[in-house]
Design a protein around this ligand. Sequence first.
Ligand code: NDP
Length: 234
Amino acid sequence: MARSVLVTGGNRGIGLAIARAFAEQGDRVAVTHRGSGAPEGLLGVQCDVTDADAVDRAFGEVEEAQGPVEVLVSNAGITRDGLLMRMKEADFTDVLDANLTAAYRVSKRAAAKMVRARSGRIVFVSSVVGLLGSAGQTNYAASKAGLVGLARSIARELGSRGITANVVAPGFVETDMTAALPEKRQQEILGQVPLGRYASAEEIAGVVRFLAGDAAGYITGAVVPVDGGLGMGH
Ligand code: NDP
């Protein structure tokens, strides 16, 4: 049955691949954007996820257009890399706000309606870096690790209401970001990935769609790595 899906940061990158994966199977899909608009076939709602009022307004628009959100994918995220000793406090708190506090904002807003419906699916896009750590990314890794605690607590709080909360932890994904890395760095990264290649955004999207689907009805509080084996054992 077609459902109402919202993907934050679904206007481009991995979020767009996720949004398209749901749209392909006939779901009604909305994506947040910060002024770029939404690609063809998707409902665009303007929203900066660091702004609680904007989040509330965006959910209102989605509810009006396609019904209460039944599947929430919290995907929007930023990096502001730097070594700990040089990292400004704002670089730490801004990343936490966009990647973790925003995930709390959107899941809280979605949960209100999901509880009433006694069903719902929430998927958080984390990163292998949240499990392994990464030099130069204390802020980003902390935010991505925080999503695991957030998801597992939601899984416990709302499991009895038919709501699941899971985490997808991608490794390196073929994006503009990875393409821009120097050849030497790319080879170093790929040397640590058992599958010896980057993921495509579609390979992340497929797992998110699975976790939101009927076949994953008994999966909650899980952290699913989609990392070519990079984080094995964590
Ligand atoms: P991109 O940089 O390509 O896209 C980021 C998305 O997040 C954009 O849609 C952007 O919107 C949105 N966004 C950022 N900040 C905000 C905000 N404050 N409010 C609303 N939207 C915001 O990233 P990717 O597609 O590569 O990454 C998507 C997710 O996957 C992120 O959470 C990232 O941490 C995670 N990830 C990515 C990996 C990779 O290799 N690329 C690996 C592991 C995890 P806008 O267009 O307006 O800027």
